[in-house]
Ligand binder design. Sequence first.
Ligand code: F3S
Length: 640
Amino acid sequence: MGKNITRKIIEQHLVSGEMVPGREVGLRIDQTLTQDATGTMAWLQYEAIGIGRVRTDLSVSYVDHNTLQMGFRNPDDHRFLRTVAAKSGAVFSPAGTGICHQLHLENFAKPGATLIGSDSHTPTAGGIGAMAMGAGGLSVALAMAGEPYFIPMPKVVKVELTGELTGWTQGKDVILELLRRLTVKGGVGKVFEYAGPGVASLSVPDRATITNMGAELGATTSIFPSDETTRDFLTKMGRADDWTELVADPDAEYDEIITIDLSALEPLVAQPHMPDQVCRVKDLAGKKIDQVAIGSCTNSSYSDLKNTAQILAGHVTPPETDLMISPGSKQVLKMLSREGLIEPLLDAGARLLECSCGPCIGMGGSPISAGVSVRTFNRNFEGRSGTQDGQIFLVSAQTAARLALDGEFTDPAGWGPAPERVTLPEDVPSIRELFVFPPEDGSAVEVLRGPNIVALEDFEPLPETVEAKVLLKVGDNITTDHILPAGAQITALRSNIPAISQYIFSRVDEGFVARMKEHGKGVILGGENYGQGSSREHAALGPRHLGVKAVVVKSLARIHRANLINFGILPLLLVDPADYDKLEQGTDLTIPASEITPGGTVNMVAGNGVTVPVTNDLTEKELQIIQAGGLLNAVREGKS
Ligand code: F3S
């Protein structure tokens, strides 16, 4: 029987396991990427493993999240990242060069290669046919050390695209449509593989927008074929040699099939505060807009910003509508500059921000109180913008630019003709010289650290019996932003676990950290999809530092689940979701940890006399990791 693309790549990289959906497979990883917010910890973990030079084909350390460098912490981190990359044989991308995913797509990703990154939007590289997955920093550190990356063998969903995009619709509307249909839980354990006649009509930036935001489905990753469009993109990037054709066999099998007629799409928008709260732009007509932000790893490509410039040229945005634009890379910025496209942006009233994540991670550009902010980003979780009651709406770049002119949501039927679809010029300028390539021999390089870079603590193994109170009860869809908020003040502490832990759940329950300190240990009770959102492993490391022993939930998000395991926190699932109501904050729990077996059920005994059965979806190896107190302990003990 024919193979789909996902199966072909996994087969070529299979180190262990059986390719049966749900069973664990170990994959050889060709490339890794890290960014500064999660990367400092990943590199501290890499150092703790102690193997010297990276063993991947390519590892790149990007600085794009905390580029503001307010105070000594961020610049110290960046110097640490530059020097540890040089010593270890990784490429370093300095602050301001661009956003990791945009840069990786343009400069390094390859069709058919495996890539893991300590950032949940690593699947962006799936736009050119890489199997690219977001992972915890520790998994990335281990991949850099030459260890396989383990995932449950995913189900493969064929997304059959028919027709072609028309008018004002863009790739963003394709993924918003999928989010509307499937919700933020719809992709767990699945790879979304795009196919069908509509694929050829999508540019690489459109494809990368779709695979980028496939992360919001909770998917393992998303992937497009590598075809003539991919070849053209790579050739223009000066990387023709990196192209290989990669398509599914004509008789390939899939676990599910979804069809989207591109011709039938219209401009869509995700409303506050979830990317799956999707409606048509016209449904919101009349709603005033206070701010528009164009950029982020989702929509900051040359074509996005050229379209933006074409729409804004000759117009001025209303004074009450603040417009911010962040190019995804210096390559994009250079092309806009060369073609005289910066001036129309400035003349329209736009503020041009650095080539970095910026407002997407709450680094400046927060909206006014209760303000409506229309963004081309991928996430609109409550508080992520830096304004707790900010109302964030997610749209395509074209839609954002058009709405910026109107200062309010309007019906696309009245927008007039859409700008022409943009293609890359033949002579794309290279920015390769801006990357810092490592010396052949890094032994003489000194790794420089500042006072904010604190070595990792050693964690205790799991006790035979966990006796602890429920110290926090939370509802469904708790995100990693709820667990550890973003923002300059907090993320500056990412290489200092004792300091950053003081902010765990700080915006959900101010008393949580104090209760953890009082009791020294505790359990978190959660609802469905606990831990969705970013890959930030500090959302597991922080609770672990505070003494969280177990997270008992109805269901868990994929990357956060892996992070909990990596740091030795038991991820337990309620057998009967209704038991959630029987447990309260303050309830004493006894969990017979030594009786836990992979997939088995044990009874937790609650202090109120109630017995609550819990199960798990752990493999034997994952359970051993938790018992050892986390993955670093397990690697050192040779149990991984
Ligand atoms: Fe950066 Fe936002 Fe993407 S923080 S990596 S631009 S999701």
